[in-house]
Design a protein. Sequence first.
Length: 517
Amino acid sequence: MGILPWRTPHAGRVFPYGPGVRPIVTEREVDDACVTAVLTPRSGLVRERAAADGFFELDEGPFTHYQRRVTVTPRGDGRHLVRQVIDADLAIPYFGWLFRGPYRGALARLEPDEGRAPWWAPPDRLDAEAATTLAALAVLSMVLGYATILLSQTITFAADQFGADKAAQGIGLAAIRFDLLLSFPLVALTDRRGRRGVLLTATAAACVVTALGALTTSLPTLIATQVPARGLLTATAVIVTIMAAEEMPAGARAYAVGLLTMAGAGGGGLAVLLLPVADTGDGGWRILFAIALFGLLPVAHLRRYLPESRRFRAPHARARLTGHGRRLWLLAISALLLSAFFTPASYFVNEFLREDRGFSATRISLFTVLTITPGAIGIVVGGRLADVRGRRGIGAIALVGGVATTVLMYVTIGWPLWAWSTISSIVGAATVPALGVYGPELFPTALRGQANAIIGVVGRAGSVIGLLLVGFIASNHSFGTAMAAVAVGPIILAVLVITMYPETAHRSLEDLNPEDA
């Protein structure tokens, strides 16, 4: 059995059939070659060890319990009746129901897996702790995704109630970037206190502070409540990525970042689906902020599933930023160039749709769901390619393609607007797993929080620059002109990725950071 080093209740049997659980049973008449294969320990989705003739146990895999029994009955003429019985418990809380079907099909096969994972699984096999941690982090990402997207989705409605124009919105959104005053010390604190405690506390606090936006009486007071809320949300998002990178094997870090991005998008999607509530009256947008309090429920429940990062638990050497300056400033400048474009692109989209294209709240919600949801394709494909083929090429191509199609979205009308937004979502989404994993990868455990906090600070400066520029240019010209102007930054970044970024795919964190070896 796969026994975890902390209390983790079973996430449910792999395939429940009514009361109790029946094993996965496969019976088939096969030839000699297939008998040899089925009696060989598996090494793909699960790695087995032989415990006895025809009996295999878990060596490594995303299970808390796993056993496979094989009996072979000769039938003559080189044919045999094979009966395979598998009993397993998935170590995937919350999302186990999504994976039962795929795991059932993969485990029930008699053919050899040849050490390869299915397309839907991470390229490198996860163990029970990694699978459980990733599921818990995905739940947190959903909570964070909902709260993070609220302000950008509702500010146009709040500004309308408060009588604020586009320039005021730009200033307000730029002021939000002072969240770094809180996010920086919180992320840096994880290098001393650990990831888990800071993450859970900050997430719970973010839910409460975000909900205070429902009580505000002006745009400045709304922004005043959301500055600390965004500081907590920014810190927790960085910590989630750090924990995921520290838990995953070398060939699954981009996969994990992509999966967590999808979970966060799911939380943001809930806010989008609820956006029509903002049209129910002048203060309808306040209800969306109040709903953030419901995030406290999953945060309290998943404490039992989320352990401290194993790399933080393990002894690790103290380290200083001296000697890591090149990596630090390379990623910091990259964050600035990236944020200067993508922050205003996401924050102003509702204003653009509402004011420039005449969309109602319901139509904005429909547009966002239909054009952003396909981005999951880019995340899945981009994450897998980044782990298998490498980060740099995938990241640069996705970056240029995502920026170009986003600008086209801001200068078109009618069905091309919908089409370019969809293409932008798919292509641009691949950037997230390909480049988003570099921050945790390129620094040792003792510096991972501090370094990523500094990168975040510089990225916030890019956000402020982008928001102010786009707000000013759009007020005097158009959003299309404004987005084209700030698109220069990501194009420069694509050149940096190709020429200066190291390739980190297939390399362990200890290989990338010898201090942790």
